[in-house]
Design a binder for this molecule. Structure first.
Ligand code: PMP
Length: 402
């Protein structure tokens, strides 16, 4: 063991602890449902991205079991080296139809879809223009690219600020390609990107758009096809990213777009080129998840019923949900310590809901991020609300933003 490294690690961890940034995951001892067993107790789970309940859906789980019988458990290699299994191909064809695009390429996660695609489509004479609240995986993908992208150089626009975006686009005409990149649904606030305006501006200034629909997949649009479908922008968004890890219930990410984009990413998308494919049971489970999404409207209806009900219950009890428009429902607490204390007290009251504080969100804008899903019953949401009211009253705080 090298003392230089080991001591550095311990010191840095101590610093995280001092800054209240040190994370210890709780132990989940059951499937990721609406009510779970966690750290030895039963709690209502308000922190899962299992929007539609597909992570533990019987048809999806059965498809995975059947695939193990047929294919075994591993893909064996990177797809272009070991040969790409027909079940992976089938999943991509299904996703392309689902998204109404020419072609889809699957990566092993949404994160690697971003870090694989973004640098691959940019060169050093290009520029990337980003919303300031874009997800970490977009930011990392952008950092891997040779293009100009920095906030300090003026290429990051204020959150959903279309005047600012236009200003940057109008000054970026000297670049070879211009990419505008945004979350479709913002992961910490639950608001929706103004995609029609972004697309119109991109068209005006000869730019192309990439939208990260991780939190719109399975949530917005026809059968959950995402923001491009939600806003009827078919054919006008060059690159769409979807995740297979959240609403679709399994794991993975994909890039949806033209056939030539897929072709290029097969040749230049580094996580695709240098990392082993998903186990075949993952592809099989995802095909089953798509079957459910395309043929059974019930999970999406229940997701949105629960979402509306949860937001109404919170508002009726004086909580501020910070302009959220989707299932991602932040509950405003303000000060960092307040949200962190509330998280612990909520767990004691039988509710698991994570506090999100600086630096993930702005200082003084700490919140408890709640995620209603199709898996929650009326009783789950009633119990969760009771716990929120009790904790708020015990902390004796007003929770309207100052
Ligand atoms: N993009 C966004 C906006 C996300 O919220 C996430 C997940 N937190 C990802 C990408 C990464 O997706 P995955 O979990 O499939 O890696």
């Amino acid at each position: 063991m090298n003392p230089g490294l080991q001591n550095w690690l311990s010191d840095e961890i101590d610093k995280l602890k001092e800054q209240h940034l040190y994370k210890v995951p709780r132990i989940l001892e059951s499937p990721a449902g609406g009510r779970v067993r966690m750290d030895g107790r039963e709690v209502v789970n308000m922190s899962s991205n299992n929007y539609l309940g597909l992570a533990n859906h019987p048809k999806v789980a059965q498809a995975a079991r059947d695939a193990v019988e047929k294919w075994g458990v591993g893909a064996g290699a990177v797809r272009w080296i070991g040969g790409t299994m027909s079940i992976h191909q089938e999943l991509e064809d299904r996703l392309a139809k689902f998204k109404s695009v020419e072609a889809v390429l699957v990566f092993t996660s949404g994160f690697t879809a971003n870090s694989g695609c973004i640098p691959a489509v940019l060169a050093d004479q290009d520029v990337v223009i980003s919303d300031e609240l874009n997800h970490a995986s977009i930011i990392d993908g952008v950092r891997l690219s040779p293009a100009k992208y920095k906030k300090s150089e003026g290429f990051v626009y204020g959150h959903k600020d279309m005047g600012h975006l236009e200003d940057i686009l109008s000054k970026a005409q000297g670049f070879s390609k211009r990419m505008v990149i945004t979350d479709g649904v913002f992961s910490m606030d639950g608001d929706i990107a103004p995609l029609p305006e972004i697309v119109a501006l991109a068209e005006k200034y000869d730019a192309f758009v990439m939208v990260d629909d991780a939190h719109a997949s399975g949530v917005l649009g026809r059968n959950g096809a995402g923001t491009t479908s939600h806003f009827d922008l078919y054919g006008r968004v060059d690159i769409q990213l979807g995740t297979l890890s959240k609403a679709l219930g399994v794991v993975g990410g994909y890039i949806a777009g033209s056939a030539v984009l897929k072709d290029w990413l097969i040749n230049r998308g580094r996580p695709y080129l240098f990392s082993t494919a998903h186990p075949p049971m993952v592809a099989a489970a995802l095909i089953a998840a798509l079957d459910v999404m395309e043929n059974d409207p019930e999970p999406m209806r229940k997701l949105w019923d629960n979402t509306r009900r949860w937001k109404e219950m919170l508002a009726a009890n004086g909580f501020d949900t910070m302009g959220s428009e989707t299932p991602i429902t932040p509950v405003y607490f303000g000060r960092e310590e307040l949200a962190q204390t509330a998280e612990k007290m909520l767990f004691e009251e039988g509710v698991y809901a994570l506090a999100i504080a600086f630096p993930t969100v702005a200082r003084g804008k700490a919140r408890i991020r709640t995620m209603p899903s199709a898996d929650h019953t009326e009783e789950d949401l009633n119990d969760a609300l009771k716990a929120f009211v009790k904790v708020r009253d015990r902390l004796a705080v007003g929770v309207a933003p100052g």
